[in-house]
Design a protein around this ligand. Structure first.
Ligand code: ZN
Length: 272
């Protein structure tokens, strides 16, 4: 449950961008034409929710649901700035009301219920709106008997500014996924960089199939927090997709350009 106090990561402006992994200066258009992946080293850059939908779902197939849900500030919480003001600033910055988008779409012609969290909005943290949207998506998937796909881009975990109301979302969405599972539903969870805290501790790691993008940071508490709490030195790269694949936490690592085909294949395999 990391605080969202660091500077926001977004896609910087300009024709050129620097890859944080290989340090190469790359032409932005070229990275964009490769699904926002570094052409030199395959580093997977941040992708906004809208672009993710365009990359993964069939063109013009997405129907967004529950667009009227907006966050409130029942605790009148204040850290460096009042939560109500922070929400307004984040909404202005991202054009989103909160960090999740859900709805129905098609993946290579297969109908699916789809949800995605966006790191740009308060680090993709799960407050009441994110929890409610994902829960309703799981309930609709149950009712319509359709596969459920969630893409996590949530470095923020639970949203501390909503206190217990945020923590409750972990139980609520988990319960909805449990009912969906008992009804025989197929839930594919796609982990992207970063997936941490209360998001990793709930829906993101409850998939029937767990896919991860290469090099994604995935874990509960970060390295510094673990050191500060229990003085434990952790192995190099222990919270990466690759480490988690070796240890059975992740089923498959999939390059972003292959995700759509891979998800369609899994749906076919499981549904027939
Ligand atoms: Zn690179």
């Amino acid at each position: 449950m990391a605080m969202t106090s660091r500077p926001k990561r977004g896609v910087p402006e300009g024709l050129w961008m620097r890859c944080p992994q290989c340090k190469a200066t790359i032409f932005r258009k070229e990275a964009e034409s490769r699904f926002n992946v570094c052409p030199e080293c395959n580093y997977h850059f941040y992708v906004p929710a809208r672009d993710r939908i365009a990359q993964l779902l069939d063109e013009e197939s997405f129907e967004e649901w529950f667009t009227d849900l907006r966050p409130t500030d029942p605790l009148e919480f204040k850290d460096r700035m009042p939560y109500a003001e922070r929400l307004k600033a984040e909404q202005a910055k991202t054009g989103m009301l909160d960090a999740a988008v859900v709805g129905k779409g098609y993946i290579r012609g297969r109908p699916v219920i789809f949800g995605v969290t966006d790191f740009a909005f308060m680090a993709g943290s799960m407050g009441s709106v994110v929890g409610e949207k994902l829960t309703r998506a799981a309930e609709e998937a149950t009712r319509l008997k359709l596969p459920l796909i969630f893409v996590s881009g949530s470095g923020g975990g639970a949203r501390m500014q909503e206190g217990i109301l945020s923590l409750m979302q972990m139980a609520k969405v988990s319960a909805a996924l449990g009912r969906y599972d008992r009804a025989g539903g197929l839930y594919i969870s796609i982990l992207t960089n970063p997936t941490m805290g209360g998001v990793a501790a709930s829906f993101a790691l409850q998939g029937d199939i767990t896919l991860a993008e290469p090099g994604a940071l995935i874990g509960f508490a970060g390295k510094r927090t673990i050191w500060a709490t229990v003085r434990l030195e952790l192995p190099e790269g222990f919270q990466t997709s690759e480490f988690l694949l070796r240890h059975g936490f992740v089923d498959r690592i999939v390059h972003r350009k292959d995700l759509r085909t891979e998800v369609a294949r899994i749906v076919d395999f499981c549904e027939h």
